[in-house]
Structures are given as C-alpha cells and as structure tokens.
Design a protein around this ligand. Structure first.
Ligand SMILES: [Zn+2]
Length: 411
C-alpha cells in the first residue's frame, strides 16, 4: 500500500493506537470538546499566573493549522483516500484531527465549525491573543507541476487569507507556496501584499528539497521581502516516497539561511533521525534535533535561525529535548511559541503526568492541565509551556511574545 502523508507530519494516530482503531473508548480517547471553563479552573492560580509578565497582544501562536474537509467554500481539498473507511489509517487520522478541532458533529459545515471553534478557544485566552493560521500547499513534482494524486491535503492561500481578513481580532495567516512553481515569486509577492506573515513548508510531503538550487529564486524573494520561512524538519513518519524523507533534514535549510532568509524550524526538529550530511549524503544517522542544535551553534545563523516549540511535549518526543530547550538560556531569544493546533486537542498525545514524573512539571499542575485540555486545548498548551521547567530554567517570557518577530515594517 502506498501510504500517504499524514497532515501534521508529527505523528500517526494509527501508530499510537494500533490499527484496531474502531475499538477506541470514546470518552477516554476522544476530546469531549467542552466550551467554557469551570470557574475554579478559570480562576486557578496556574492559569492566571500564566499571563503574568506577558503582553497578551504580543502573544501569537505561530504554528496553527487551518483545516476542514472542503464542505464550505474554502477550496480545501482532501485526498479521497482519507475519506474512505477502506483505508483505515487515513480514515482514522482524519477522524482524530477533526475531532481534535471539534468539527466532527457538524455535517455539511465542518470547515465553518472548525473556524468557529477557534473563535471559542481564542475567547478563552487573554484579549489580544492571535493564531497564525497555515495554508497548506499541494505536492508538486520536480518541474513545479501540482500532483493532486500525491497530495493528502490542500488548504488554499486564498482561504487562509480570507479567514484571517474576516476575523482580524483572532487570526493572522501564513501562506504556503511551492518553490518549484514557475509563478512562485509572483505568488509570494501577492501573498505578502495580502498580509501573509510567513511561508509554511512541509518539505517531504510537498516534494521540496530545501537544498536544491531550484529553491534559490524563491529564497532570494523571501530575503528581499523579509518574510520568514517556517519549515518542518526532522522525521516524517508517515511519508514513504523514495528519497523524500531526507528532505526533512535540518542541514538542508542551510541553503535558505545562506540566502539571508529567516528560517523557523518547526518543532525544533524534535522528532526522529537524519543522516549527518556534513559527513556525506550517507553519513551516520543522528538525531534530527542534534543537527538543529548544530545549526544553532553556527554564529553566522544568529538572527536568522529560529525554532518553534510546537509539538515538543508530544509523547513521542525525547524528554532530553525539552530539557535542552528549557536550559539553553542563549537560545531563548530564538525560540517561538506555537501549539501545532489541533494536535494539543488530541487527548492521549501529551501526558502531563509523565512530564510531572520527570520533574519537568509540578505535580499540582497535572489535574488543572487535564481539565484545561478537555475545555481548551490552546489554553492547555500555553499554560503547560508556561509551567514547564528544568531545575531553575523555564521558557523566557519573550518566547511567548512572538508578534514582534512577524510584524511587518510599514511599506
Ligand atoms: Zn504543524
């Protein structure tokens, strides 16, 4: 079976639960999607103190997925394989991610429900908080032609733009443009005019080799426009296209950095292994995170290379990664808060209990966080990351105030 890439690239729900997904116990696994917080939780010290020392108008979640199934006028396209119970892996993944966004009980208006749910969740954050919503580009071939049959999921730039425009108090948007497209520079200029704050790539899934000279035109335009590139790096578990896994290697982003592009490595490449290509294409396999760390040590990339802290608390991550991110005081100005929504809404993916057992979290925070997650996965992720600590170290306040990074100089 030619398995397709799973949208979020960070996990496979089927891999976590085995293929017998239909037997899942609904109330322990599915997010109950409650709306309002119980007063004792809303007023809990841990929740209130999470906002202390922050300017909420600067707190932007810089990694949030816009999703749906294309039942509105969104233009979202989903590979039919993901809509059929005959393809259990894809089917289960789709159910999980729509459930996490709590759009599953609204037949005929899933796209709209997904956005409305984000309103509700944002209302539970401090006023001024915003989400950076991602468009999601189609898979393209090496000559820059779209390959619909290889595309799992497509969220048009126009849809992300229009959602952000319709709800400017809640949303900003990031475009997604394939660099091999003949019109990639024009598309990038148009998106920038339309208010895009960044470009999002998932190279292995989209068919992008970030180290290819074919990207150079696009990199030059990114540098000229000073638009940051948010690129997934690290393992891409669900992709099985020959040769493409290597395109998630963090070292391949050097080409963008050397063009002067500001690059955000999604999840700080916190999952999986890549070849150490500094020792040749087939150099020894090392953790992707260690390659990200190597780039962070290279002085010429200071002020250019950054990492977002979305998805770092998922169960499939090494706890050592979280410790490093907390302990590296010199990295704090280069880390950016993101949730990877809707992933924090998928109940079993993050375990506050395990984090507490590893002393990364105070045990008293565990029940509060568990209740928070049932009601508001955005707030859950935010409070959790404000609470994380390793000894005396925690994420600095500036990690959460990501807005200045994305603010555009007036033209
Ligand atoms: Zn993501």
């Amino acid at each position: 079976m030619n398995r397709r890439h799973f949208l979020f690239g960070t996990l496979s729900a089927a891999a976590l639960f085995g293929s017998g997904g239909t037997a899942l116990a609904r109330h322990t696994v599915w997010n109950p999607c409650r709306a309002n917080l119980p007063p004792d939780i809303a007023n809990h010290d841990i929740v209130r103190s999470a906002w202390q020392g922050l300017d909420p108008t600067k707190v932007w979640d810089c990694h949030a997925h816009l999703a749906g199934i294309g039942d509105g006028a969104s233009g979202i396209e989903m590979n039919p394989r993901m809509l059929s119970p005959l393809h259990p892996t894809e089917y289960l993944q789709r159910l999980f991610y729509l459930n996490a966004g709590c759009a599953h009980e609204a037949p005929g208006r899933v796209d709209q429900s997904y956005v409305e749910r984000l309103h509700n969740l944002s209302d539970g954050m401090a006023p001024g908080f915003k989400l950076l919503l991602f468009a999601f580009e189609r898979t393209h071939n090496s000559s820059g032609q779209p390959r619909p049959e290889l595309t799992t999921f497509h969220v048009p730039n126009a849809y992300a733009r229009d959602v952000a425009r319709a709800h400017p108090a809640y949303f900003e948007w990031a475009c997604s443009i394939h660099p091999y497209r003949p019109d990639c520079v024009e598309a990038l200029e148009a998106a920038t005019r339309d208010g895009a704050r960044a470009v999002k790539w998932l190279p292995p899934a989209m068919g992008i080799d970030p180290a290819s000279p074919a990207c150079d035109r696009f990199y030059a335009a990114l540098a000229r426009l000073d638009l940051p590139l948010i690129s997934h790096a690290g393992e891409e578990k669900a992709v099985h296209g020959a040769g493409q896994a290597a395109w998630g290697n963090p070292l391949r982003l050097r080409r963008a950095l050397d063009h002067g592009v500001r690059v955000i490595v999604a999840h700080c490449a916190s999952l999986g292994e890549d070849h150490d290509e500094d020792q040749g294409t087939h150099g020894p396999k090392v953790s992707s995170f260690s390659l990200f760390a190597r780039l962070m040590r290279e002085a010429r990339y200071e002020g250019r290379l950054f990492g977002d802290i979305s998805a770092i608390t998922l169960r499939n991550r090494q706890l050592g990664v979280i410790r490093t991110l907390l302990e590296r005081d010199d990295w704090q100005p280069r880390l950016l808060f993101g949730t990877d929504y809707p992933l924090p809404g998928i109940l079993p993916l993050v375990s506050p209990r395990r984090l507490a057992a590893e002393k990364l979290l105070d045990t008293t925070a565990v029940p509060v966080l568990e209740t928070l997650r049932e009601h508001n996965p955005l707030l859950f992720d935010f409070v959790l990351k404000r609470q994380l600590r390793s000894g005396k170290h925690h994420f600095s306040a500036k990690v959460f105030e990501t807005r200045p990074f994305f603010d555009r100089k007036p033209a």
